[in-house]
Design a protein around this ligand. Structure first.
Ligand code: KG4
Ligand code: ZN
Length: 418
């Protein structure tokens, strides 16, 4: 099954074309995903000057970029063929209406449709939420217009389900390769997933522990009571005078502090004491919930109390902040593992790109000899992308879970589980 997937929930405009094939095994969900095309345009530079993502600006950028990104994805998939297409007045009018809110988009879209042969795909998947509603709407209306123009079914995807499935996928070095794709293409495989799966989802908008006991069915085990962990990274980065998005910046400084510490230890035969201590919020609380607002405030007080916010101080604060976050994330995950008896643990969402968090999880699973298999996505799959939407879309299609174009809506607060 070939899926074209669209992701516009935040500040990445992304379209991927994936061919999914079942793996001939006892494993009924085992699937190989050949990535035919994968185009992504990040708006980070546009939003950086404002220190965060502005929904209406994000929406405008998506509207501007969707047709070029679609062309790029089709081109990469070798599915872009110029050919004049007749289009009925009725379809023309319906598309114009769907896209009328974005200046210029209907014209650009219709021009593209009228001169491009419909590609051989089976369905169109699109992120329906959660995310920034204005941004989600552009993607959804674009998907509806494409579904109409090419007469294809629509699939609504929950962005967080995409993060979970992307985290379950592994790169197949010599795995089953689709007949439709040359050997050089990226192949992702989801296979032999042992249930229950516990997912720690950490992104700019979410921090939650979710268990999947049966395929595509979720139960919420814990969540943040205030800020999401990515939000805390971004806010702390701002306090330290670092650019948006703050996660990677904090990570860079914290890694420098760690390597300085290691060098000092080697030279003097002893480890330097860490000069700062931050709280580990709710670490002793026996729920699986999180809280990051207090940690953020503690950083604010810490900064207010230092004589000078020089580079060395920034590095130390970033270091201690990251340690605090990683410790809390691990403790709560460990508790959730005990509570659920999960056999597979995945980390997904933008923050799972964090080197230290990945290391802490890998080491702890290893040293505790936990009977759990840890899956962490490759860094390119952790932050928002359309491949994850394609994978989730495929499984939804297998369940016959198609969307009605007349009622499909953006839902900024769409939940995976209650
Ligand atoms: O999943 P994502 O790309 O978008 C949302 O759905 O929110 O996550 C974005 C978040 C941002 O807060 C960003 O600062 C954070 O992920 N992030 C990181 C790292 N890379 C991205 N946080 C910590 N360390 C990183 N290396
Ligand atoms: Zn995300």
């Amino acid at each position: 099954m070939r899926i074209l997937a669209i992701e516009t929930s935040c500040d990445e405009t992304a379209i991927a074309i994936v061919e999914a094939n079942p793996i001939e095994q006892r494993d009924e969900r085992g699937t190989s995903f050949a990535v035919l095309g994968n185009a992504l345009l990040s708006q980070v530079e546009v939003h950086r000057q404002y220190g965060g993502v502005y929904p209406n600006l994000a929406k405008r950028e998506h509207a501007k970029n969707l047709v070029p990104i679609l062309e790029a994805a089709l081109e990469e998939a070798e599915l872009l063929r110029e050919d004049a297409q007749a289009i009925s007045q009725e379809t023309h009018d319906a598309i114009t209406k769907l896209l009328e809110r974005e200046p210029g988009l209907a014209e650009q879209f219709l021009e593209f449709i009228k001169e491009t042969e419909p590609p051989v795909i089976d369905a169109i998947a699109v992120t329906a939420g959660p995310g920034l509603e204005p941004a989600l709407w552009v993607g959804i209306n674009f998907a509806k217009a494409l579904a109409l123009a090419w007469n294809k079914p629509l699939i609504a995807v929950n962005h967080m389900e995409g993060h979970i499935l992307a985290a379950l996928a592994e790169e197949a070095a010599n795995g089953p390769v689709s007949t439709a794709s040359p050997d050089t293409r990226l192949n992702l495989v989801i296979s032999e997933v042992k249930m229950p799966v516990l997912a720690l989802l950490i992104s700019g908008g979410h921090t939650e522990l979710v268990v999947m006991r049966e395929w595509l069915s979720y139960e919420l085990i814990g969540q943040t009571r205030d800020d999401a962990v990515g939000e805390a990274f971004d806010k702390v980065a701002r306090m330290l005078g670092l650019p948006y998005p703050g996660g990677p910046e904090i990570s860079k400084l914290a890694e420098q502090a760690r390597s300085n510490l290691a060098n000092a230890a080697n030279q003097q035969g002893s480890t330097l004491l860490r000069p700062f201590t931050l709280p580990r919020p709710m670490i002793h609380n026996d729920s699986c919930d999180f809280s990051f607002a207090g940690l953020k405030t503690a950083v604010r007080y810490l900064i207010a109390g230092v004589p000078e916010l020089d580079d060395a101080t920034r590095r130390e604060i970033a270091h201690e902040f990251e340690n605090a976050v990683a410790e809390v994330l691990w403790k709560k995950t460990e508790r959730a593992l005990e509570q659920t008896g999960a056999k597979t643990l995945v980390i997904g969402g933008g923050v799972s790109a964090n080197t230290h968090i990945r290391r802490v999880f890998a080491e702890n699973v290893d040293t505790a000899c936990l009977q759990v298999s840890l899956r962490i996505p490759t860094v390119a799959l952790t932050t928002d992308n359309a491949l994850m939407i394609a994978m989730a879309g495929y499984y939804r299609a297998l369940n016959n879970d198609f969307a009605d174009p007349d009622t499909l809506k953006a839902d900024g607060n769409l939940r995976l589980a209650a």
